[in-house]
Design a protein around this ligand. Sequence first.
Ligand code: FES
Length: 224
Amino acid sequence: MADRHQEGRSKYTADRGIPGAFEGETVTRRRLMGLTVQGAGLMTAATFTLPALGFALGPLFSREPFNWQPIGTPSDFPNDTYVTKVITIVQGIGEAGKSIAYVRARNPAIDTEPEDQYNHWVALSSRCMHLGCPVRFTPAAGRFICPCHGGVYDFRGMVTGGPPVRPLDRFYTRLNAGLVELGPRYSVNSELHRFSPRDPGEPLDGIGQFLYPKRFSTSVLPKD
Ligand code: FES
């Protein structure tokens, strides 16, 4: 014990003459209380922050499963107006998982984006790209109108007025066994370049495509 004193400050509280210390004790009561309070503080902070982090980061890792859904025969879809189709976007939750798609045949006179096996039929999502309200197609005007904040889209789903930040999302389409099928949703920028699905309010032009990158686990595009 004497040697320990000679080497400097002892780790034993009894050696340092602390009142009430007992033989072999190495942590002072003040230190113990401090550690206890810090631990309780950390646990409290984790209680609040971990669920919030999970809520914020969870969607990044979520995958949007999809099934190709038959929506009709090719003759059901003209190329000069849209046909409204009820589709299932989330499986297994009944009516809550259904949405509306506006579908027409590709019209080479107005559809100038490159043609491939997935866009012989143009299928637009009804979800507004401002905050997600359902848009409605008005045949007389040939436009999609959002009732929430006045968003307006032209016949191809391009923004022509109001706050939406990008064109209406689209769905891949294909012909299978004589039926037109609708596949996964994708997003487009103002040049109709395809991007993996983004949320409303996320622009895809210019720096927007970098500010709102794709969720790396949602590469559900046929070509991804
Ligand atoms: S949600 Fe459509 S304009 Fe705001």
